[in-house]
Design a protein around this ligand. Structure first.
Ligand code: VGL
Ligand code: ZN
Length: 194
C-alpha cells in the first residue's frame, strides 16, 4: 500500500518509557530497538505539520495494577520517577504539548491512551480522522489504544515496524494483531507512507 499524509493524520507513540525498556521493571524485550524507527516517524509527522501525541503510564506508587495492591504487574512508571520518563533517545519535537498521562488515579488502570484521558478531545479539536499508532506493548497498551481509536470512529494504522510486545502467554502478540485487524485496523510499515 502507498499512502500520503494529509492534514487529518496524527501519530500516537505509546509508552516509550524507561520501565518498559530492557533495563526497566516491566521490560518489553527489544523495546528500545524500535526507537530509531519511531524517531523517523516522529520526524516525518513533525515536518509535515502533523501532531504527535506521546502517551505515558503515570501511576501513583500504590497503584491498583501493582502486585501487592491488587494487580499483576511489578511496580512501574511511578509518577515523577526516572522509570516513568521517556527513553532518552526518543525524539520529542520542540514545543510538543501533547503528553497524555494514563492510569493516574490509584483506583483505575488504563491500557488505552483514550481511557480517562483528554486524547479524544485533542484529536477532535484538530479534526483528526486517521491515527497511526506505534510503541509498546503490542499486546497491552498498543492493542487497547488501537481498539479504542477504532471504537471512537478513527481510521487506525498500526506501525508494524514500530511496535514491540511482551508475549506473557506465547501467542499474545499474534492474537493482538489478529484482533486489531479483525476490528478494522490496517497494518503498515514506514516505506508505505510518503
Ligand atoms: C502496560 C502493563 C501495565 C503497557 C502498562 O504500556 O503496555 N502494560 N501497564
Ligand atoms: Zn501500567
Amino acid at each position: 500500500m502507498k499512502l500520503k499524509l494529509n492534514n487529518f493524520d496524527a501519530l500516537i507513540i505509546v509508552d516509550l518509557q524507561n520501565d518498559f525498556m530492557p533495563n526497566g521493571t516491566l521490560p518489553v524485550p527489544d523495546g528500545d530497538k524500535i526507537i530509531p524507527t519511531l524517531n523517523s516517524y516522529i520526524e516525518m509527522f513533525y515536518k509535515a505539520g502533523n501532531p504527535v501525541y506521546f502517551t505515558r503510564d503515570w501511576h501513583p506508587e500504590n497503584h491498583i495494577s501493582f502486585e501487592g495492591f491488587g494487580g499483576i504487574w511489578p511496580v512501574h512508571c511511578v509518577q515523577n520517577t526516572e522509570g516513568a520518563e521517556f527513553h532518552k533517545d526518543l525524539y520529542i519535537p520542540p514545543d510538543n504539548k501533547f503528553i497524555i498521562s494514563k492510569g493516574v488515579k490509584k483506583e483505575f488502570d488504563a491500557y488505552s491512551g483514550f481511557q480517562g484521558t483528554e486524547l479524544n478531545d485533542l484529536l477532535k479539536e484538530r479534526g483528526i480522522k486517521r491515527i497511526f499508532v506505534g510503541g509498546v506493548a503490542t499486546d497491552y497498551c498498543v492493542k487497547n489504544t488501537v481498539l479504542g481509536g477504532l471504537n471512537l470512529g478513527y481510521q487506525v494504522f498500526v506501525l508494524e515496524d514500530g511496535i514491540k510486545g511482551v508475549d506473557v502467554n506465547r501467542g499474545d502478540v499474534e492474537r493482538a494483531l489478529d484482533l486489531m485487524l479483525e476490528k478494522g485496523a490496517v497494518i503498515i510499515n514506514k516505506g508505505e507512507i510518503k
